[in-house]
Design a protein around this ligand. Structure first.
Ligand code: PMP
Length: 381
């Protein structure tokens, strides 16, 4: 056991009596909240590898023009001052980009923080969150952290949301918060706005439509037009994926002022720092670069999906995101050999609910995708 007490300042006189032997020492730290007993810290499983296709990041670094704008703005920013808690300059840009009023935008330290804030505000003891696993793990993790009851609705065999069952369940009126992702991580499927509309009309629960991957999806899946009519809708977006800024930690929520103002009660005022806000502004000012790169990723997704589907015994799920979910015999062993023998890191989902023998493969650069495909062929030869 490591000592829980720092050594004292060497300049102080030595204590006169020898310290108690460890066995007779009083416990020096109370146990934490019992709520944490079953929790394990989040592990992103980011192992070192040559080809990183496990975290759905952008494979592209900051474009020169984006970087130049960012550095120019940074040079004139007073970092000795606290940032604007709402990052209003960034908020204005996001509002323009998404064509919504400014009061509809709330920024966060990554989408993760906004998910946590939603659970702080609409969850908590005695309140209920509905999710449709397999989906993004933070929903469940943060519901546990906030003591929110979790209600799970199983997906159909082909991993789609059971729309009728969801509407029926919401009709009972005892759910406070719903979270689903479109495109969904890890399955890659989208929910059509016509269905979202029926969900919003069926409940007064706050509905989070997590669109972290929307830039890779067909434009028909954009649901921002529903914000006008439904104050129980919140749409989550992030700079971590198509914008290629996962290292910056910047996300935003689009929702009615009723929601954004409530979230201001629970959010940490300075969770988005001045430097991150500048990176977000530079990324939005050069959004056409993001759009071109996203189009390349989408074309690569089609190519990789066809190549994987051509392998015997492989099923590739349809995806609107920058990754593919693949059912492949012996997935766990294959995952290990891809890493050990070829330096290719993908994500093993074979132990997740309903995802036996499934791997999730992020779409990388054309060369990274080729390396991954060749490695899979080689291991299965
Ligand atoms: N939603 C989904 C569906 C995700 O997959 C992720 C990241 N993997 C996030 C939200 C959160 O992203 P970030 O915190 O990096 O913005």
């Amino acid at each position: 056991m490591t000592s829980s007490l720092r050594p004292s300042d060497p300049a102080l006189p030595a204590p006169s009596a020898a310290p108690n032997p460890p066995s007779s020492r009083q416990p020096s730290l109370r146990p934490p909240s019992p709520r944490l007993a079953k929790l394990v810290p989040y592990d992103p499983k980011n192992l070192p590898a040559k080809v990183l296709l496990s975290a759905n990041e952008s494979p592209y670094g900051l474009a020169d023009e984006t970087q130049a704008r960012f550095l120019e703005a940074l040079a004139t920013t007073e970092l000795n001052r606290y940032p604007d808690p709402l990052a209003r300059d960034l908020r204005t840009k996001i509002a323009d980009f998404c064509a919504v009023p400014e009061q509809y935008v709330l920024i966060g330290n990554g989408g993760d923080e906004l998910i946590f804030n939603l659970l702080l505000a609409w969850g908590g003891p005695g309140r209920r969150l509905l999710i449709t696993p397999p989906s993004f793990g933070s929903y469940e993790l943060f519901s546990q952290l906030t003591g929110t009851d979790l209600l799970t609705l199983a997906r159909t065999k082909d991993m789609r949301i059971d729309e009728a069952a969801l509407l029926e369940r919401l009709g009972r009126g005892d759910v406070d918060l719903v979270m689903f992702a479109s495109p969904n991580n890890p399955t890659g499927d989208c929910l059509h706005p016509a269905f979202i509309e029926r969900v919003l009309a069926a409940t007064d629960a706050l509905v989070l439509l997590d669109q972290a991957y929307i830039e890779f999806a067909d434009a028909a899946y954009d649901a921002t037009h529903l914000l006008d009519r439904f104050e129980n809708l919140a749409i989550l977006r992030t700079f971590s994926k198509a914008f290629g800024l996962a290292g910056v930690r910047l996300g935003y929520l689009l929702a009615s002022p009723l929601v954004t103002e409530t979230l201001c009660k629970v959010r940490q005022p300075y969770s988005v720092d001045a430097v991150s806000a500048l990176a977000g502004i530079a990324a939005l000012d050069t959004a056409e670069i993001m759009q071109k790169r996203a189009a390349i990723t989408v074309a690569q997704r089609t190519r990789v999906a066809a190549a994987l589907a051509a392998l015997p015994g492989v099923h590739v799920f349809d995806s609107e995101a920058n990754f593919l979910l693949v059912r492949i015999e012996g997935a766990a062993g294959l995952w290990q050999r891809l890493l050990d023998e070829h330096g290719v890191l993908v994500r093993d989902f074979s132990r997740a609910l309903g995802l036996a023998d499934c791997l999730r493969v992020s779409i990388g650069t054309p060369a990274e995708n080729d390396a991954m495909l060749e490695a899979i062929r080689c291991v299965r030869r």
